[in-house]
Design a protein around this ligand. Structure first.
Ligand code: U2F
Length: 561
């Protein structure tokens, strides 16, 4: 039985020391202790007496190991990426607060000793018992485990969770399919269950959304902040000078209306990219950065970094986030940063989560190339009053709730039953919407006992041609749920939806099940690992399994706790 913890001092010891990255993470954990403790109290109350198994967990942070080059640690104080460190610090805190047994490794040697690989033996060819129920790592760590676990890797890889900022889509994950169809990249093709990859934002529900937290304000703090805002103060998003390159015109427009602040790292001289009228504070320690956001009215994205934590922190501190729309969208096909990442996702703005899940009045996404549109937005923002806002899923309680649910319910080691769990179930009635493109699983979940998420939250839609299931579900206020694909992957499902199939074929294709309009052919998915919410083609109308979700917690269905 796991017992919630509110004292994090032992966790701080477990985190070790030395590297700047670890120092940054520990400072963060220490600062957030009270928030975690309060969140644990609230979640304990919410869950009542529900039994929570205590798991033995290994956290191996691969990108911080010397063996993978550890390029991040030396840049912590120089404006390099901190988002990953924010997330790992919060993952560790969440696992610890939930009461699990924890080991943390940031070197190959420590990894080997925790896995029980005999000293001096780089690789253990025998299957050895694994003393952990779960392992959280990243792509670097995964590679190291593959190299050093011998046969055990295959046996135990279902216990691994891969923290993967931008996500891995099923088409890239399936080795054979990726190789045959041009989805092979540096990172993908591990043939894991796509839900084993855990992302920073809810990009595609094919992966699990892990997230991180942002500090939450109490009502008094919110009131004080609202009263203390300087309506003409703007902070530019970007710790590295290169982000400011080519933004002179934008800055001169903004400078007409607002006092501009920056937190750009510099060594001795002001970086030439940052104009003299900007008040540059240099890279700030995290708490001071938060204080700056508390005073500011506007936080401005210049297009990079993509999808970091800072805009959420700004919005939580009562700022409006202004960002540019990307047209055409950025993706692994056209942008260096995304190239080689195992996803085809198109990014329509610097921070799609802020745009799609938060939106106005907190988030304004405009075309920066249009000076009139930009100027009008700045003026309107200066007149708008906004309250500090933090989506529940990014609070400590929200993160604890989600990680608790994953740990108790996600099991990728269970042997698959004979055929998809829904194949038989589909003989039972569906409720059809009048236009027959929407169906709801009407029977109770007893048809797939123990399934998580429970089968009764399934709502199915036949998407329009060219529409991905991710978007088709969102269009209806729902979220795509890949674990429900087996329920829809049958001739019966098409029949129930009154889709006029002239013929039905079963093939490996990450867009299936789907209906091809020319030819009136229905296609079923042959390879369960390729069930994918992401992906679209104008050739197909995809059959999409959607589900409801808890308000502010997109990872969990209404009955998922
Ligand atoms: C993202 O990484 P970044 O580190 O560039 O993300 P940011 O949104 O800039 O913020 C990370 C943290 O840096 C902190 C701030 C955030 O929590 O409080 N910070 C600070 O301590 N001092 C300052 O002066 C300014 C900010 C993303 F998270 C990564 O996954 C990506 O790899 C990267 C590139 O897209 O962007």
């Amino acid at each position: 039985q796991a017992v919630f913890r509110s004292n994090l001092s032992h966790l701080l010891e477990l985190m070790g020391s030395g590297k700047e990255s670890l120092i940054f993470m520990k400072k963060r954990t220490k600062r957030l202790t009270a928030q975690w403790a309060l969140a644990a109290q609230r979640l304990a109350q919410k869950l009542g007496g529900v039994r929570r198994d205590q798991k033995q967990i290994l956290v191996h942070i691969g990108f911080l190991t010397e063996e993978s080059g550890d390029v991040f640690s030396p840049r912590v104080l120089k404006g390099g990426p901190l988002g990953e460190m924010v997330q790992w610090a919060d993952i560790l805190a969440a696992l610890y607060v939930l009461g699990h047994g924890l080991r943390i490794t940031v070197s190959l040697k420590e990894l080997q000793s925790n896995l029980g690989v005999p000293p001096g033996r780089g690789n253990c060819p025998l299957t050895m018992p694994l003393p952990f129920d779960l392992i959280y790592t990243d792509y670097h760590g995964l590679q190291q485990m593959k190299q050093h676990m011998g046969l055990s890797f295959k046996k135990y890889r279902c216990r691994i969770r891969v923290i993967d900022t931008f996500g891995t889509e099923p088409a890239y994950n399936h080795e054979e399919y990726a190789t045959l169809h041009g989805y092979r990249t540096n990172w993908g093709y591990w043939n894991l269950n796509p839900k084993q990859f855990m992302t920073m934002f809810p990009h595609t529900p094919d992966n699990s959304f892990m997230g991180f937290v942002s500090e939450e304000l109490n009502e008094t703090e919110k009131r004080l902040i609202k009263g203390g805002k300087a309506s003409n103060m703007a902070v530019v998003y970007g710790k590295e000078a290169s982000i400011w390159k080519g933004k002179e015109k934008f800055l001169s427009i903004l400078n007409k209306y607002m006092e501009i602040h920056g937190t750009v790292y510099y060594e001795s001289q002001r970086p030439p990219e940052v104009p003299a009228f900007v008040k540059n504070h240099g890279l700030l320690p995290q708490p001071e950065f938060q204080q700056l956001l508390r005073k500011a009215k506007l936080f401005i994205g210049f297009g990079f970094p993509y999808e970091g934590p800072a805009p959420l922190e700004a919005i939580a501190n009562g700022c409006v986030f202004l960002q540019s729309r990307f047209s055409p969208p950025h993706s692994s096909l056209n942008h260096e940063f995304f190239r080689g990442k195992p996803t085809s996702r198109e990014v329509f703005s610097q921070h799609p989560y802020a745009e799609k899940f938060i939106g106005k009045p907190h988030v304004w996404t405009v075309n920066y190339n249009n000076s009139e549109e930009l100027e009008a937005a700045i003026k309107a923002i200066m007149r708008t009053q906004v309250d500090p806002y933090l989506p529940y899923e990014y609070t400590c309680e929200g993160m604890l709730e989600r990680v608790h649910a994953y740990i108790q319910h996600q099991d990728f080691c269970a042997a698959p039953g004979p055929g998809p769990p829904g194949a038989r179930a589909l003989e039972s009635p569906f409720i059809l919407a009048p236009n027959a493109t929407h169906l709801k699983w009407a029977r109770n979940a007893s048809l797939a006992p123990g399934a998580w998420p429970p089968a009764h939250s399934l709502r199915a839609w036949l998407a329009a041609a060219g529409r991905a299931c991710t978007d088709a579900c969102l269009d209806h206020g729902l979220i795509c749920e890949p674990s429900f694909f087996p329920f829809l992957n049958s001739q019966d499902a098409f029949q129930t939806l009154q889709v006029p199939c002239d013929g039905t074929e079963s093939e490996m294709n990450h867009l299936y099940p789907a209906f091809a309009q020319p030819g009136q052919e229905c296609f079923l998915q042959k390879e369960p690992l390729l069930f994918s919410c992401a992906g679209s083609s104008t050739k197909y109308r995809r059959l999409c399994p959607c589900r409801d979700f808890r308000k502010g917690q997109v990872a969990l269905c209404q009955d998922c706790l």
